[in-house]
Design a protein around this ligand. Structure first.
Ligand code: SF4
Ligand code: SF4
Ligand code: FES
Length: 308
């Protein structure tokens, strides 16, 4: 069987020393700061999907107001490891640089978070021995810190996380939404599909499907989607189902969403560990969404019995 449900990556933890050669990192001589002039950055690299990962260390010159993306830009510009070897630039994803697009998620010092809002000075204050970067564990690695988040988007597709439209002509004014309803819906609408909630969720386990020899692209795609559809949909998708089922037009397909939310891999898999809500960078009330979806699922199941 070529569909793998992998556990966490197995690369060993790098030595947690200061600067190169095990010497403590040199520190700023000013009495106002105890920040290092160079930062020891350890990156878990992987050259291609399915290959072994390995740790690489970089010494990055400190500058004020850096975030992890600026650190990665400096590493890319230098393209040399700490021992002076020339290396291929580290690959990572980013776009908006203001915690909106959701593309720069990675594990920074062991914590799932956005690289663009991870400030270096604060990280070094918390971990004076440097910064450790690794890709998310719950998604297959494409290269270095870039992961394939296709499954995250498939979950949104499963719950039809959109308002259905039947054309692009002028529909006139939409139904009114009260300020109270807007206030209730707005936090859920800030989801940026970053995947932090999935990375932290014990029920969302990694699914990596490998293409078989001679398998067509279409057959592989179908098999991969079927594997995704057997797995847990995740807190983000449950929350989006709640958002769109509460929308006056979105609720036109509420039953289809409830079908997906209660299907295989649905809300019944949630163990209520609440890790998701603790790591969401947008502070979305995910456990409230899960509780609401749970109540709606019960009502929907009862209704289905009487509708028979
Ligand atoms: S509450 Fe549910 S979705 Fe959130 S982390 Fe726990 S199991 Fe995952
Ligand atoms: S719910 Fe929060 S953590 Fe999950 S994908 Fe959306 S923004 Fe990211
Ligand atoms: S680059 Fe868009 S969220 Fe970080």
């Amino acid at each position: 069987m070529s569909t793998k449900h992998n556990g966490p990556a197995t690369a060993s933890t790098p030595p947690s020393t200061g600067a190169a050669g095990g010497e403590p990192a040199p520190h700023d001589s000013g009495d106002h700061l105890a920040l290092p002039r160079t930062i020891d950055v350890r990156v878990l690299r992987q050259d291609a999907p399915g290959q072994e990962s390995y740790w690489e260390r970089h010494a990055v010159a400190w500058e004020p107001n850096m975030n992890v993306i600026s650190v990665l830009q400096k590493i890319a510009a230098g393209a040399r490891a700490q021992d002076g070897r020339q290396v291929a630039p580290v690959a990572w994803d980013c776009n908006c640089l203001e915690e909106v697009c959701g593309s720069c998620t990675m594990l920074i010092n062991g914590r799932t978070r956005m690289a663009c809002s991870a400030l270096v000075d604060r990280l070094v204050e918390e971990h004076p021995d440097g910064i450790e970067l690794r890709p998310m564990l719950k998604f297959p690695v494409v290269r270095d810190l870039v992961v394939d988040r296709r499954r995250l988007f498939r979950s949104l597709e499963r719950v039809k996380a959109w308002v259905p439209v039947d054309g692009f002509y002028d529909h006139g004014a939409g139904p009114r939404i009260s300020p109270e309803e807007q206030e209730d819906a707005y936090p859920l609408s800030t989801c940026m599909s970053c995947g932090c909630c999935l990375e932290a969720c014990p029920q969302f386990t990694r699914i990596e499907t490998v293409r078989r020899d001679g398998e067509t692209e279409e057959a592989f795609e179908q098999r991969r989607t079927a594997a995704f559809d057997r797995g847990f949909i995740g807190a983000h998708a449950i929350s989006q189902a709640v958002l769109f089922n509460g929308h006056p037009i979105g609720k036109l397909i509420a039953d289809e969403r409830m079908e997906a939310v209660t299907d295989q891999g649905g809300i019944q898999m949630c163990g209520n560990a609440q890790n998701c809500v603790a790591v969401c960078p947008k502070s979305i009330p995910l456990t409230r969404s899960i509780a609401r979806a749970g109540r709606a699922a019960t009502m929907w199941a009862i209704r289905k019995i009487f509708d028979r």
